[in-house]
Design a protein around this ligand. Structure first.
Ligand code: ZN
Length: 92
């Protein structure tokens, strides 16, 4: 069943057009993770995910290999943490 699901994901336009970890690293953008079960969220360093999953991994598929640190659920969504769309963090 998981194989079928993966195939459907791979054939969807979203997966084909999805940005990869390698592209994200080039742009210095990190990965925003959201737990669909408990709404826990976090930003993970792209460099770390790159080492674990490789540069060709599509960002929306990264969540399939993650587990929520809050509730342990594997229902985790991932997307690029574009600075312009996220919260503004002020330094200093
Ligand atoms: Zn959770």
């Amino acid at each position: 069943m998981s194989k079928l699901k993966h195939r459907l994901l791979a054939e969807s336009d979203g997966a084909l057009n999805a940005i990869t970890l390698g592209e994200l690293a080039d742009q210095g953008v990190e990965v925003f993770c959201w737990c669909n079960r408990c709404s826990h969220n976090a930003v993970l360093p792209t460099a770390r995910l790159l080492l674990e999953m490789g540069p060709a991994m599509a960002v929306p598929e990264v969540g399939a290999g993650l587990r929520c640190s809050g509730c342990g659920s594997k229902d985790v969504a991932t997307r690029p943490a574009w600075p312009s769309l996220g919260q503004v963090t002020r330094h200093g």
